[in-house]
Ligand binder design. Sequence first.
Ligand code: PHE
Ligand code: NA
Length: 500
Amino acid sequence: VHREREQWGTRAGFLMAAVGSAVGLGNIWRFPYVAYDNGGGAFLLPYLVALLTAGIPLLVLEYTIGHRYHGSPPLAFRRLHRRAGVLGWWQVAICVVIAAYYAVIIAWAARYAGFSVGQDWGDDPEAFLLGDFLQVGDAGWITSYVSGVLWPLVAVWVFVLAVLALGVRRGIERANRFFIPLLVALFLVLVVRALFLDGAAQGLEALFAPDWGAITDGTVWVAAYGQIFFSLSVGFGIMITYASHLHRRSDLTGSALVAGFANSSFEILAGIGVFATLGFMATASGVAVADVAQSGVGLAFIAFPEIISTLTSGAGLFGVLFFVSLVIAGVTSLISIVQVVVSAVQDRTGMARLPAVLTVGGGIALISIVLFPTAQGLHYLDVADHFINQYGIVLAAFVVVLVVAWALRRLPALRAHANLTSTVRLGAWWQVALGLVTPVMLGWMLWDSLRQEFEENYGGYSDGFLLAVGWGVAIGALVVGVLLSLFPWRDRDTFVPAEL
Ligand code: PHE
Ligand code: NA
């Protein structure tokens, strides 16, 4: 069953979708504290090097594989080499895990947009988050369900599945063309407002004051490459999938450059907004910026509520803007992750879009809804996120680069393919970046995080819990990927269409 792939309506539509996928929770809450922790202004140097030597080259690689082989990751890799399909299935399994918990953070943010209006978190946002809202219990088996998280989560899934059911052009492209400009507008208003807060300058000073000593520190470079990989969402097939819907004559390298720089610009903008706001908080409570800066979940759901409550005017609006921005950034990324899985199942089975969205998307939604709106949900999310990032995404990217560049030696052919239709021609540097710089940095990152894993238990969790939820999920994704690849494709379903 070889059928026509749906195509993007316009180049701008594809770019919006690619930017929508890249710009996510990581830009708003991850970049600011990673930069702050790793040398502030001096971090921008390793960050830029990481963008140019690994981020953009990998983005180009994924666009080119998707465009050349015209399929979701399992089909595209199967066409690249008879035995490479397993790489794609592994990526699909990773996407299932990420989608299941990523949706939950969006649901929290949606609920917090509502809480912002009346500052329902009272005067102890931390106690409110962990107690009243999430009702966090001990790490272990599920002890109870939390209905305050359940219904926003159901709403997120209904929305995402509805967009996917409408298809690439009428669903994904239209949603991104609407949401991405809206996100930029909302976020600009938020950042400008933040810059006018008392103390904004101290916040920016804290973020950007360069600590030049940091750039001789290896862990800062690891952090820079880690941020770039996470932020561009390269390494697990999202861009292969989106690029598989491109027209034959598409500007692959130009699109990768635009998407890469748009993502970084948004990230730096978020850093400015977040730190201006933290500077305000520090000034208002007479402490140093370092004392109010928090990482991850704490930044968005504890520090921001505290800040919003401290505002004397426009507090509700400020909160709504912040949390709605998080929701939009997150939803457009979630759409792209689930689409990988839907598209892979369609490619493999020939199933039509609607039944594929209902069964595959519905299945992921079910896992997400059963596991996460629970007293243990926060622990599951925390551990699954850490392990699937390190030993799913980063490891898969490492293996993909080694296979494509070294085992199969496909970089010259892929480079020639990209150069057929692209404006910016790829030079030899692209092969050096992907063949040498990227694997060395990815290998180093893996080594570094493995070392830490055995030095101390992540997050202070017990061995059993980390084994079940952390290693179990990361290794489980690999095992599921291998099992899925064992159902052989028929050759006539995977031939590479001649016109490509
Ligand atoms: N790139 C996204 C961000 O910056 C993160 C993401 C992770 C997106 C996984 C899709 C899938 O937040
Ligand atoms: Na990003």
